[in-house]
Ligand binder design. Structure first.
Ligand SMILES: NC(=O)c1ccc[n+]([C@@H]2O[C@H](COP(=O)([O-])OP(=O)(O)OC[C@H]3O[C@@H](n4cnc5c(N)ncnc54)[C@H](OP(=O)(O)O)[C@@H]3O)[C@@H](O)[C@H]2O)c1
Length: 350
């Protein structure tokens, strides 16, 4: 089977996917029977190229990694903007990996809608649109008969949404709680080693875990978006940003960390979703949890989620929550689901 892709946004994750598709080309053909070709790439900074016969990914990656415009690619049509690529390219699936905006969801929401209107599948790792308007987007995709997949929006390539939807099919998930932000978990782990909050944050920035403006992570916004996705996609909720109480880690002191350690406890930024009196509720806040809790043992930038269901009790999955190849893999996983048709459409999640 031949699956043609157009990538919108050629930053860390877009290039991560291109690298995986390049390295795994033969393997994917042999083992999965799928031949992927990238027919278009559009990026604000790097420009755009559309070549219906399929772009040579090594050549494209070389240009991008050297900071050159991808319009320097020798073949194809240059200069199309993202919307023209989405609407007019002969791609089967649009891979949307532009930046996340948790206030407006743009430009991604408009990209998603343009893809659905053009009868194209959409895969993404962009949390904003899924957290802000999952139901509308899923309904639109269903109406147009296309797939809308977003495994990488929660815990990157660690298979959280697929785990709940497929592997735990038939159980009723009662609650979900976990560590959904690697930056804050790294900071808390370093504070346990004796660093102050500001020294731990500085170290996280030097390691590339935290942005120059760390607010989205340390104030809990990033975890909030993921909690809303879990609530609305897996538990059938209809939560909005304003429905979810949110507190970050900025108020925690070395004394708080020390007192918890003396009581054999640890501070973690916990995202929670549960069913309560017939509705779905969620929150993000720092909590002390006993050292015996599986989440207490999760150190550094690693993420983890515990699903509690009627038949199994707690089941915990631990894995990366970010990274070029890790997040690129989430996209590959979604693309393979579309290609080999496992029967999971956007409506089948709960
Ligand atoms: N990196 C991770 O580990 C990770 C993990 C999970 C989820 N995600 C999500 O995945 C998405 C991509 O992340 P990333 O790390 O790859 O971000 P990134 O490195 O900032 O790349 C985003 C790219 O999209 C481009 N872009 C922005 N608006 C565009 C538009 N209208 N048309 C075409 N291109 C546009 C940007 O161009 P400019 O540079 O010119 O603005 C940039 O090159 C984000 O939504 C992020 O939240 C990332």
């Amino acid at each position: 089977m031949h699956h043609r892709l157009a990538i919108i946004g050629f930053g860390t994750v877009g290039r991560g996917l291109a690298e995986i598709l390049h390295k795994k080309k033969e393997d994917l053909k042999q083992r999965c029977g799928v031949e992927f070709s990238v027919v278009a790439v559009s990026d604000l900074l790097l420009g755009s190229v559309y070549w219906e016969k399929g772009l040579k990914l090594s050549q494209l990656l070389n240009l991008a990694n050297e900071g050159q415009s991808i319009a320097a690619y020798p073949d194809g049509i240059k200069g199309w903007d993202s919307f023209r690529v989405i609407k007019e390219s002969r791609a089967d699936t649009i891979v949307e990996v532009t930046y996340t905006d948790l206030k407006t969801g743009e430009p991604a929401i408009s990209h998603f809608k343009a893809a659905f209107e053009s009868g194209k599948h959409l895969v993404t790792t962009n949390k904003g649109p899924v957290a802000l308007c999952y139901r509308d987007l899923a309904a639109m995709a269903e109406e147009r008969g296309v797939q809308f997949r977003f495994e990488g929006t929660v815990m990157s390539g660690t298979p959280v949404l697929n785990l709940a939807a497929r592997t735990l099919a038939g159980t009723t998930i009662k609650d979900i709680r976990g560590i959904l932000n690697g930056t804050t978990n790294y900071i808390l782990t370093e504070m346990e080693k004796g660093l102050s909050y500001s020294a731990a944050l500085k170290q996280a920035q030097e390691m590339g875990y935290a942005e120059a403006n760390p607010e989205a992570d340390v104030e809990g916004w990033d975890a909030l978006a993921k909690v809303i996705i879990l609530a609305n996609v897996l538990l059938g909720g209809d939560l909005k940003v304003q429905d979810v109480p949110r507190k970050g880690i900025t108020g925690l002191t070395p004394e708080d960390i020390h007192r918890a350690a003396q009581a054999e406890m640890r501070w973690k930024l916990i995202g929670k979703v549960q069913r309560e009196n017939g509705s779905v509720v969620a929150s993000v806040a720092p909590e002390t949890i006993p050292n015996s809790d599986p989440l207490a043992g999760i150190g550094g930038a690693t993420n983890a989620l515990t699903f509690t269901s009627d038949f199994l009790g707690p089941v915990t999955i631990v894995g990366p929550g970010a990274g070029r190849l890790e997040t690129g893999y989430a996209l590959l996983n979604d693309l393979l689901h579309i290609s080999v048709g496992d029967g999971i459409g956007s409506k089948d999640f709960w």
